[in-house]
Design a protein around this ligand. Sequence first.
Ligand SMILES: *[C@@H]1O[C@H](CO)[C@@H](O)[C@H](O)[C@H]1NC(C)=O
Ligand SMILES: *[C@@H]1O[C@H](CO)[C@@H](O)[C@H](O)[C@H]1NC(C)=O
Ligand SMILES: *[C@@H]1O[C@H](CO)[C@@H](O)[C@H](O)[C@H]1NC(C)=O
Length: 275
Amino acid sequence: MNALTVSLVALVALTGPAVQSEDVPCRTFEEIYPSGRELCEKMWDGAFVYETNLSAAFTMWFFEAENPNNKVSERLGWPSADDCHLEYFHKESPGPEPDNFTECHPWKDYSCCHQATVSSVQNIKEAYGKEWHWDRCGPLSSACERFFVQEACLYECEPNAGFYRKFPAHIYNESDPNHNKWQMEGMPIRADYCDAWLRACRYDRFCAVDSGSYHSCAREYLEADKLTTGEYGVNAGLVAGVVVALLVGLVLCGTLGYFIYRERKGEPVFDKLET
Ligand SMILES: *[C@@H]1O[C@H](CO)[C@@H](O)[C@H](O)[C@H]1NC(C)=O
Ligand SMILES: *[C@@H]1O[C@H](CO)[C@@H](O)[C@H](O)[C@H]1NC(C)=O
Ligand SMILES: *[C@@H]1O[C@H](CO)[C@@H](O)[C@H](O)[C@H]1NC(C)=O
């Protein structure tokens, strides 16, 4: 019976994933994005713009005590960032965070995000739903993953990001289903930052749908996940695997029973081996 249990588990493991397999294509970053420009602009569906004029470009990370993006905003004619504008997990207005605010540390003193939102890489990765996990094509190298964490920190914590809300308060129409309060558009990002991102991720793999559009990928993953995950949260692939395993198990039991029956009757199916 132990052997049967083991083979059932093995069969489920073997047949389950085959049924679940998603048809969302994966390629290396260097195959998907010809340059840092496409990575910043295409991957984020226009939220960011590749900017070679560095005095007019924001950075997704910094080490200075004072946030250098404030100066950039000033040069671009924005007022000081006293509100967060974007609405996802964001606070209403920026402020300091406790000492354990380490993952997005550049923004500790003046942040639009709560510590709870960005307390760990795992938290950040899982905050937006399974379809947005950045490692759906396999684990990323730590060098590459770092950039996804930095982008998430910029999005959740950077007060200046709020100036680039796609549907700002004066345009946002609550009854228009195409409008939202979370999307960004056209934030100029330092070209060298985008180039570095591609260098770090070059050999890592990412979803290649629609030239590597993160939004299009998330849409496809959502569909794929619906197919493999039933209405009640039951994994259809796993269920199919269990059914196949049970059928195989039944056939095995039947065969074994037949052998035993023949053996008892003194008509073994296999003659005893001479020793
Ligand atoms: C770079 O951006 C700054 C700030 O907006 C602007 O004053 C300057 O003219 C730009 N330089 C070039 C070469 O476009
Ligand atoms: C971080 O510090 C805050 C305030 O001191 C506390 O509420 C929170 O539980 C701490 N830990 C984490 C993991 O956020
Ligand atoms: C807001 O959106 C709704 C639905 O699309 C539309 O009927 C209405 O005219 C819009 N209001 C304004 C002020 O644009």
